[in-house]
Design a binder for this molecule. Sequence first.
Ligand code: NDP
Length: 257
Amino acid sequence: MNTKASLFDLTGRRALITGSSRGLGFAMARALAGAGASIVLNARDNVALGAAAADLAQTGADVSAVAFDVTSPDSVGGAIAHIEAELGPIDILINNAGIQIRGSLETYSHENFEAMLSTHVVSTFSVSRAVAQHMLERGRGKIINICSILTNHARPTAAPYGAAKAAIANLTRGMAADWAPRGLHINAIAPGYFKTDLNKTLMADASFDGWVKQRTPMGRWGEVEELGPAAIFLASDASSFVNGHILYVDGAFTAVV
Ligand code: NDP
């Protein structure tokens, strides 16, 4: 087996990262581009998406941007067909698009609960299925889903988010059960606390900031650049026998009670 750095080389591979106009998705896109991958960025807001693509292109990356809403199966189907036909095969998919709507369960609306499940879980199913059709024909492909430290643990006001992330964890295992025998790798990353727009309300709260630093054994929030290497590992040949796994990148948050 090749044990050199080329195990992590993504030259010639194309990666679609959903929800990659900012935050963790953009950081992972930047990392995969640095490892040689061609990048397809996605989000709903076309203006922000264009700005992100221009930013990434400045690094010399081969980057395209395709705006679509991951909660719309019709838009997903059209977008994946367009990418495969016009840009080329998708070798790597990162199901990253996400939202956060916190609230107490007594008052949490059905509409918001459905939005949590639709944006995180149903989209992971529908985007993966659309992409996997092509990957299965080719007998290879890497799918990376994004979970959370709330995959296996609960926090107040975050039950719908945790329910969605727990579902993604078992969807990841189920996809591996179905598709690993046919050449696909399906894994997940569970990030700890990172300073992105998703957490901007929490970040503005000094007591929450202090709690994150005290509760995380490494004593700090994650830097978005620290998620990229995990994505490169799971997207590359370096993870050739890693399948159905959930990789925590959380500064040991979930290692301690
Ligand atoms: P951000 O809010 O910074 O970015 C979210 C991205 O998703 C944006 O590009 C947004 O663009 C896009 N998006 C949201 N909804 C949709 C949709 N329906 N269709 C297409 N794109 C969409 O969030 P983060 O970077 O923090 O989060 C990324 C992922 O990481 C999420 O799945 C989140 O749950 C997960 N995560 C984050 C953690 C953190 O600490 N930040 C911790 C653990 C997990 P637009 O609005 O234009 O569509």
